[in-house]
Design a binder for this molecule. Sequence first.
Ligand code: FAD
Length: 462
Amino acid sequence: MAAYDVIVIGSGPGGYVAAIRCAQLGLRTACVEGRDTLGGTCLNIGCIPSKAMLHATHQLHEAEHNFATMGLKGKSPSVDWKVMQEYRQSTVDSNTKGIEFLFKKNKIDWLKGWGSIPEAGKVKVGDETHEAKNIIVATGSEPATLPGIEIDEKIVVSSTGALTLNKVPKKMIVVGAGVIGLEMGSVYARLGTEVTVIEFLDHVTPGMDKEVQRNLQKILKKQGMDFIMGGAVQSVETARGKAKLTYKARKDDSEHQLDADVVLIATGRRAYTDGLGLADIGVETTDRGVIKTDDHWATSVKGIYAIGDAIAGPMLAHKAEDEGMAVAEVLAGKHGHVNYGVIPSVIYTHPEVAAVGKTEDQLKEEGRAYKAGKFSFMGNARAKAVFASEGFVKILADKETDRILGAHIIGPAAGDLIHEICVTMEFGASAQDLALTCHAHPTYSEAVREAALACGDGPIHS
Ligand code: FAD
């Protein structure tokens, strides 16, 4: 039985980052992981493999749609699905091995197996019980399905199965127009699959800026994805390798059926805490299994902390990472802090979508007077040169103080552009501060500056 200062359960972006920071701060640290490789959902079956597939299929899209216009002629590439799958797996492997290297470098013990907490201060892995002054639960999340729909990961799949299908399907139904559904839907649409997205609500990507939602749906439709909005899925039946999905149109309750080779259920994820024994030791969770924590990630049991997808807040890797760093600082007697008001969210479709801070709807609800500065990528020379002028940057700033309150981008490299706004928000800067900052030409970032200018005397290029 080894005694640790900290045992982290789960090695996803929350857990592995917490473990590394704990070790860097001088705490004797172990991390329990039941999966064969480190890195959690994000590195193994989430962020990284999905981005690899989005990258590969985007290259195909470029070759098919834009190469000839640039004078690049010849046979367009065909898809070797097996090699594409190997490429996906190789990006996963290099990243998960990278975490293993970082664990060794920081002298973190990887306790291999599934952990449980028999009591505060103890973590059981297999037959061994390890002692720790503090425990961090970072066990993440799992796909949520709809009542009565069973995921077999072959015909009816979660995002995990969608990443590893044994062939490109002819027809795919994506249930849920959230981030994961639209990203995976894009991958298959670019590969030639007939993709139909069915969404309960009347808009895609719930919670995002309305204009962005409308634009994104329009653009994805142009790229060949079909959308059924306001459809309540009733059931999915499988027979002879095919699926039949039944849904009701919410507007008139009429019932409809769709056939497909694969149905992807992308209706969200739920906190995963199975097998930890939390209820037995008194760690409080919500009725949806989300671990309750205070502002310092402490649970209701002394010495047990929780972070990442297993607790409240957006289920995002970088949110989990920030909590991982912050909780490590708390355990080392420092002041860990996460600014939940400045957590960007990104959709890696093409074009990308990114947002941070408040939406117009939220500001209206709060009764806060604001101004919106908007700039279209049509006025951005670089975007036009590379066939990426769809979309816009919108910056929301306080009407009186000009302080930036939020930003919403749909366009090229939106997921990178958003960070300049995150930094300005962290520094409490105004739209004018951003507008007065020299931006290199020709870059997509100039569109961000122009949107900031639009909050004041107006942009130049529109
Ligand atoms: P996880 O990454 O889920 O890791 C938890 C780990 O704990 C797992 O490895 C699990 O095996 C282990 N574990 C659980 N219980 C035990 C136990 N009892 N004992 C030992 N080990 C245990 N987020 C983004 O920010 N950007 C993206 O682009 C993005 N894309 C995504 C794409 C897909 C397809 C999916 C599914 C998710 C995506 N996400 C993305 C979400 C992101 O993956 C999660 O928010 C993130 O992984 C959460 O990190 P975590 O550390 O809380 O948990």
